[in-house]
Ligand binder design. Structure first.
Ligand SMILES: C[S@@+](CC[C@H](N)C(=O)[O-])C[C@H]1O[C@@H](n2cnc3c(N)ncnc32)[C@H](O)[C@@H]1O
Length: 272
């Protein structure tokens, strides 16, 4: 198993994040390890890593004040290296820190400053034919547009999507999204969903499931993904978000089930 020693303060900008950020990195690191190990000698002309909401590369956990590697640095340090990283970050200060850190170990990376929902075209253009990519899509809230996923679906990539059901959609839908036809929830779910009536009709305890099913249906029916795996992330007993793993290939889903059987708290579930 690929492990990293804790980062040191390097005097560049380090954003503070919630403790639950560790859980997504736990699954990401294990999947990167499995993915790069099992795919490196296959027919691919290269393995690429895409991180559209890349962050600064190092984060500080709010309550413990510990430093943790961010997703782009986890990818940059994979023992079986990716051929190239493709990163995007919208905040200038965060971008500057990200670029300095990644340039030291992967200087040929594509590192873009700006809105991922606009920059996605530049990224997809840089991914060569017959390569395989892993895309980590990790905004703070409902900021990943369906249209961005549609563009990304033109290349061969497995996706790990942060789906902010409790921390954004279910918290805001009634007051902020219901009356706005161009709301973040509309842009995230894409055209043709009847989320308003479905959420209105669903009992409160079923709404997270209704939303996830709607989203997954869009990715299946409109974008052709066939394999889905889910990891619920909670903090102190409160559900926050779901990591959705998504692919068109059974072997990728099998890899995900293999790495996600053991949870960050050490408990095991067995895939049946
Ligand atoms: C949850 S953090 C990313 C953490 C990082 N993926 C990690 O795991 O270490 C989300 C990041 O996305 C950036 N961001 C927000 N909206 C964005 C957008 N539209 N395009 C690109 N980056 C964006 C934020 O500035 C923030 O740094």
């Amino acid at each position: 198993m690929f492990e990293l020693s804790s980062p040191k303060d390097d005097d560049l900008y380090i954003p503070t994040v919630g403790e639950w950020s560790r859980d997504k990195h736990y699954f990401l690191m294990r999947y990167i390890d499995a993915f790069t190990t099992s795919m490196k000698n296959k027919k691919w002309r290269g393995l690429h890593y895409i991180d559209l909401f890349a962050g600064a590369g190092i984060e500080k956990l709010k309550s413990s004040q510990k430093l943790d590697w961010g997703s782009p640095m986890i990818a940059a340090k994979a023992p079986h290296p990716f051929d190239r990283l493709h990163l995007c970050e919208k905040n200038k200060r965060t971008y500057n820190a990200l670029k300095s850190r990644v340039d030291q170990i992967k200087p040929d990376s594509q590192i873009l400053y700006g809105d991922a929902n606009k920059k996605i075209h530049e990224i997809v253009e840089e991914i060569p034919q017959r390569t395989l990519s892993l895309a980590f899509l990790d905004p703070y809230g409902l900021h990943l547009d369906y249209e961005t996923l549609r563009v990304l679906s033109n290349i061969r990539a497995d996706l790990i999507i942060f789906f902010p059901d409790h921390i954004d959609a279910l918290r805001n839908w009634e007051h902020n999204y219901l009356d706005n036809p161009d709301s973040n929830l509309d842009r995230c779910l894409g055209p043709g969903t009847n989320w308003r009536s479905l959420l209105n009709e669903a009992p409160t305890q079923r709404r997270a499931e209704v939303l996830r099913n709607l989203y997954v249906d869009q990715l299946k029916k409109q974008l052709g993904y066939t394999e889905f795996e889910y990891e619920r992330i909670s903090f102190k007993g409160h559900p926050l978000y779901v990591l959705i793993f998504c692919s068109r290939h059974k072997i990728a889903a099998k890899l995900w089930r293999g790495i996600s059987g053991k949870k960050p708290n050490g408990q095991r579930t067995w895939p049946f």
